[in-house]
Design a protein around this ligand. Structure first.
Ligand SMILES: [Zn+2]
Length: 361
């Protein structure tokens, strides 16, 4: 974790972590090598589809061992985070570790259910156009595909709503896998629809996308956003699939912790209203832009009808990643921002370490 943290910190220092919204301009690009695992491979298929042959063969093996999780195929040193000075091994060459145990299930309301560790991953934009100045928020399509394949192999993906229903279950009727994982996205990029959605469908991985309602359908570079966002029609298609849930990331992507209460209320209520009207569903989850909030904003969110709140995440300066446990409820969820500099093994290592770091008294 330490090494990874340092690398993340270095990447952040390089970038000043510029969020992808608004009229922000990314920091001048520092010449940096782009990890080779993300370089567009040759061939006719779309880049994000290439490599699937390799990933499809990453089936569980008979005799998994914890050490195998991070070992390179040749038995050399475990791969950690991408090093700016080194080209990471080609992603297709990285082994996906096998599950150490078959997933079991726990029943809501039982003592063992209260402390199941639940990692929530956070992605943003998916594009080939990334380097170390923005990799904290952008991941290549190929690596995203590898990440999803890896987590599908190692964990049991569930939707955020399933988790919320489990935490709120009073009659023991809900169950939770003992190795759950949850995938989320922030902002609402077109790449979520064009790239992530087909991959998630193929792998049957549910996801929640927290959208900025004022920039739905905006074209990158022409309005407020640097990268295009999906339209309401595309949002509806994803929502109606049952695999994707669209929730609120405010209306204008502002720091709720640094604005007056009237604006906070407007941001909370406008985005909820638009999502419910356009998509015909209840919107009761919010992810705070930049992880910025106050107690007053939290109270305002509750009053506005948000029963689920992601406080941490979308703020890459918070690199002490944590996982959630059911007994902590769903009003202070924490997420793990996934960096574009990771290969498929590294996302598993990241989650594994976050789980290991979670102390349960
Ligand atoms: Zn955001």
């Amino acid at each position: 974790m330490k090494k990874f943290t340092l690398i993340l910190a270095a990447a952040l220092i390089l970038s000043g972590f510029t969020p992808l919204h608004g009229n922000n301009t990314l920091s001048p690009a520092t010449p940096s090598p782009v990890p080779t695992s993300s370089a567009p491979p040759s061939g006719k298929a779309p880049a994000w589809l290439r490599g699937q042959t390799a990933t499809a063969s990453l089936a569980p093996t008979e005799t998994p061992s914890p050490a195998a999780a991070s070992a390179a195929p040749d038995g050399s040193e475990p791969t950690q985070s991408a090093d700016p000075n080194q080209s990471p091994a080609p992603a297709t060459a990285s082994p996906v570790p096998s599950p150490t145990t078959k997933p079991g299930y726990v029943k809501a309301g039982t003592p063992e259910a209260e402390t199941v560790k639940v990692p929530i991953l956070l992605y943003h934009h998916i594009s080939e156009e990334f380097d170390l100045t923005n990799a904290i928020s952008i991941i290549s399509p190929r690596d995203f595909n590898l990440h999803m394949t890896a987590i599908k192999t190692q964990y049991t993906p569930i939707s955020l709503k399933e988790y919320v229903d489990f935490v709120n279950c009073k009659d023991g009727s809900k169950t939770l896998p003992t190795n759950p994982i949850i995938v989320t996205f922030d902002d609402g990029y077109l790449s979520n629809y064009e790239v992530a959605y087909p991959i998630l469908k193929k792998l049957e991985i549910p996801a929640t996308i927290f959208i900025v309602t004022d920039t739905v359908g905006e074209i990158g570079g022409k309005g407020k956003v640097n990268y295009s966002h999906f339209t309401w029609e595309q949002a509806k298609e994803m929502q109606d699939s049952g695999l994707i849930d669209i929730e609120s990331h405010t209306n204008d992507h502002i720091k709720l912790g640094e604005t007056d209460i009237d604006t906070v209320n407007y941001e909370l209520r406008k985005s909820k209203y638009l999502i419910e009207k356009k998509l015909g569903k209840t919107c009761d989850m919010i992810a705070y832009p930049y992880g910025s909030y106050t107690d007053e904003a939290i109270q305002a969110s509750k009053k506005a009808g948000y029963n689920v709140q992601c406080l941490v995440g979308d703020d890459a300066t918070n690199i002490d990643y944590e996982v959630n446990i059911p007994r902590d409820g769903v009003m202070n969820l924490t997420r793990i921002t996934v960096s574009g500099t990771m290969g498929n093994v590294n996302v598993i290592e990241l989650v594994r370490k976050a789980i290991a770091n979670k102390n349960i008294d």
